[in-house]
Every structure is written in structure tokens, then in C-alpha cells.
Design a protein around this ligand. Structure first.
Ligand code: NAP
Ligand code: G4F
Length: 362
């Protein structure tokens, strides 16, 4: 039985990858951070599985990484842990560098120090943000990098240190240059999930308006569940290499809004430009989307489109397994259910409080 270690197992990708590897028969180990609240929603359903194990550790702490590595001695490591929010990296650039850049080095060097360099294969979560202020469209493995945020600069170090360990020590390590991938498990402050949740809340009368930043930004959005398969495929090849993982299709934030609101039952019309642009509910004439400069970034990456040809031909991976429209549909469907369920739970709580107050229940 193969053993895999996943850093970032509580995140969107980590949770899908853990399910995928359990299904493949792996013994799955994950590194989690200690927190004062137990927040492991995405992997709660896996806890108790006989081949699922969690260990405390932090990418900022070499000793904890060494400890877990020497205990588990994995065959494969998937290094997904990161401060992954681009906007947050402008507020916490030093922390982002420590986890996303030096944290990657800590994993690689710990593998060497634990004597696993010849046996352990490593996948590293690299990113399309490396293309940043893009020098060509679409982007592939040959396109020059031009990072354009503290996050991207930190991830650029991660990319090169993975390559360096491959060349210097002959280690089997791969960079997956993943374009944006989303899901019903996406963090709620990334733009797609912010939109699908807002569309569901506005439709159900729980929110008046959605405030967004740059509506013109273009992304190549895929489904996270499909992308974790590609991470695994990279580690099953004869030779380590770096691969672009993308759908090859591009949409704007505005288009994402239009489709998500349509799925929620609201047709949108956009009027105005820049900070004055508004999304209007055609049926009611109400403004449901406004632009706020609070969500503009000091430097923004605005034209990402990946060319997944290498992953398609060499790995046999299907970039269009879940088309864009299907991705938006499944996210909105999930969030319509979630908003309704949260509302029902809140009503039960209010009723109970009222009944207790009136002495109807004791
Ligand atoms: P995510 O949902 O934000 O998950 C990040 C994970 O990293 C969480 O499990 C988090 O743990 C963990 N983490 C953060 N800081 C840590 C630290 N100091 N030590 C240990 N663990 C730490 O991110 P994601 O969307 O799944 O992305 C996974 C990886 O792919 C990230 O490296 C991201 O930068 C990269 N990536 C993502 C995309 C995308 O579109 N999703 C595209 C390209 C690359 P907590 O739960 O404790 O916070
Ligand atoms: O959803 P986002 O925050 O994702 P971003 O910045 O592309 O980063 C994600 O994808 C990267 C891969 O390219 C990963 F490496 C990274 O870890 C992360 O998963 O923003 C997407 C676009 C940006 O141009 C942003 O300016 O949407 C624009 N946007 C417009 N309004 C907004 C908003 N982004 C956010 N988060 N919130 C808004 O209100």
C-alpha cells in the first residue's frame, strides 16, 4: 500500500485529493495546523477512515515537518499548503514568503535530511499567477514568468527551488502550474465562491448587494476535483516534469456573475463603467452588484488563459471534463441549498429561544 502525505489537507484541493487517493487505495496522511477552533469542515467526513491519518505541523516550522516525515516516510508528498489568497499577500507579504517560498524549501530539505530523496516523489502546487503581467496569451510551459503580487513572487521561489532540487539531487519533484480551479468547497473570499454565495443569498432575500473589484479580469476556471487527478498523474510518470493544468477557456468576472445569477434565477444587465458599473436585476430594476475600489489590488493579474496540451498528451488528462457552465451550475446549486439550510437552522434556533422564553419548552 502506497503512503501519501498531503500538506494543506484541510483546504479545497487537499480535501479532494485525500478522497481521490483513499479511493486509489493509498494510506493518506495529512498535516494540519493547531487552531483554537476545530475547523476541519472539508475533511470531517474522512475522519475515522482506517487509512486516513492527521498530524500536527506547520510549514513555518522545520522541526514539525521533519518529525512527520520521519514518522510517516511517505512514497509521495503533495505540497499544497500555502497562504493562498493573492489580495491577503499584499497585507501579509512576509508571512506569505515564509510559508509559500521558504516553506517549500523546508519540505524539500526535510525529505533529503530524512533520507527519502531517492524514494519519495514530490508534487508542488505552483500557479498561473507566475505569469502575472502576462507576456503571451495563452500561457504554456515555455511562457516567461512575470510575477505581479507578493504571493506570486513567493510562489516563483517555490517553483525554482523545486527545479533546483530535481537538478541538483536528482529528486523526483514536479511543479503543477495550475490555473484557477474552483468548487463548492472554494474559500468564500475567492471571487467565484463570493459570487455564487451572493447570488444564492440575494435570490433568497438574505443579502441586498454584492460588492466586487475588477469585473474585467479574465481567468481560466476549471473544477478542482478534476485538477487533483492531474497532480497524481504527474507523480506516476517515468520522469519528473512541470505541467500547465488549465481548461484552455477564458471568461471574465462579469461573465461569471451573469451566469451564476442566471443559475440562481436572476437575469442581470450591466450598466456604467469602472467603479460606476452596476449589475441590475432585469426583473426588478434593483442594483444587485456594485464595484468597490476596496477590492482592487495594487497590481492585478488580468489575462490568464492556459494551454493544457502537454498535460493532455503526456498525462492523458482531460482538461474539459467539467465545462465552465457545468462548474458554475454545480457551485450555485450547492450554495442555493446551503443558504436555505442555514436559514432553516437559524429559524429553528429562533423558535427554540422563543419557546424557552415563553416556557413552552423547558
Ligand atoms: P486553500 O483552500 O486556501 O488551502 C490552503 C491550505 O494550506 C489549508 O489547508 C491551510 O490550512 C494550509 N496552510 C496554510 N498555511 C499553512 C502553514 N503555515 N502550515 C501548514 N498548512 C498551512 O488553497 P487551495 O485552493 O486548496 O490551493 C492549494 C494550493 O494550490 C495552494 O498552495 C495554492 O496556493 C495553490 N494553487 C491554487 C489554485 C486554485 O485556483 N485553487 C491555483 C494554483 C495554485 P488551514 O485550513 O489551517 O488554513
Ligand atoms: O478569485 P481570486 O481572488 O483568485 P486569484 O487572485 O486569481 O488567485 C487564485 O488563483 C491563483 C491561480 O491563478 C492561485 F494561485 C491562488 O492561490 C488563488 O487560488 O481573484 C480572481 C480575479 C482577480 O483578478 C481579482 O482582482 O477576480 C478579481 N476580483 C474582482 N472582484 C476579485 C473580486 N477577487 C476577489 N477575491 N474578490 C473580489 O471581490
Amino acid at each position: 500500500m502506497k503512503k501519501a502525505l498531503i500538506t494543506g489537507i484541510t483546504g479545497q484541493d487537499g480535501s479532494f485529493l485525500a478522497e481521490f487517493l483513499l479511493h486509489k487505495g493509498y494510506d493518506v496522511h495529512g498535516i494540519i495546523r493547531r487552531s483554537s477552533v476545530d475547523y476541519r469542515e472539508r475533511i470531517a467526513h474522512l475522519e475515522g477512515h482506517e487509512r486516513f491519518h492527521l498530524h500536527y505541523g506547520d510549514l513555518g516550522d522545520s522541526m514539525s515537518i521533519m518529525q512527520v516525515l520521519s514518522l510517516v516516510r511517505p512514497d509521495e508528498i503533495y505540497n499544497l499548503a500555502a497562504q493562498s489568497h493573492v489580495q491577503v499577500s499584499f497585507d501579509a507579504p512576509e508571512y506569505t514568503a515564509n510559508v509559500d517560498a521558504t516553506g517549500t524549501l523546508r519540505i524539500l530539505e526535510s525529505v533529503r535530511l530524512c533520507g527519502l530523496a531517492d524514494s519519495c516523489r514530490i508534487y508542488h502546487a505552483s500557479t498561473s499567477e507566475l505569469y502575472g503581467r502576462v507576456e503571451a496569451v495563452p500561457q504554456d510551459e515555455q511562457t516567461p514568468f512575470h510575477p505581479y503580487s507578493p504571493y506570486a513572487v513567493a510562489k516563483l521561489y517555490g517553483f525554482w527551488i523545486v527545479k533546483e532540487y530535481r537538478d541538483a539531487y536528482g529528486m523526483f519533484c514536479c511543479n503543477g502550474i495550475l490555473f484557477n480551479h474552483e468548487s463548492e468547497r472554494r474559500g468564500e473570499t475567492f471571487v467565484t465562491r463570493k459570487i455564487t454565495l451572493a447570488a444564492a443569498r440575494i435570490k433568497q432575500g438574505k443579502q441586498e448587494k454584492l460588492l466586487l473589484g475588477n469585473l474585467d479580469s479574465l481567468r481560466d476556471w476549471g473544477y478542482a476535483k478534476d485538477y487533483v487527478e492531474c497532480m497524481w498523474l504527474m507523480l506516476q510518470q517515468e520522469q519528473p516534469d512541470d505541467y500547465v493544468v488549465a481548461t484552455g477557456e477564458q471568461h471574465s468576472v462579469r461573465e461569471f456573475c451573469q451566469l451564476a445569477f442566471h443559475e440562481a434565477g436572476i437575469e442581470l444587465r450591466f450598466e456604467g463603467e469602472g467603479v460606476h458599473e452596476k449589475g441590475i436585476d432585469v426583473a426588478t430594476g434593483k442594483v444587485v452588484i456594485e464595484v468597490s475600489p476596496d477590492f482592487y489590488r495594487p497590481t492585478d493579474v488580468v489575462n490568464l488563459l492556459g494551454n493544457p496540451e502537454k498535460a493532455r498528451t503526456k498525462l492523458g488528462w482531460n482538461p474539459q471534463k467539467t465545462p465552465f457552465a457545468e462548474l458554475v451550475r454545480l457551485m450555485v446549486k450547492h450554495d442555493m441549498g446551503k443558504v436555505a439550510a442555514d436559514d432553516a437552522a437559524a429559524r429553528v434556533k429562533v423558535n427554540l429561544e422563543e419557546y424557552l422564553e415563553k416556557g413552552i419548552v423547558k
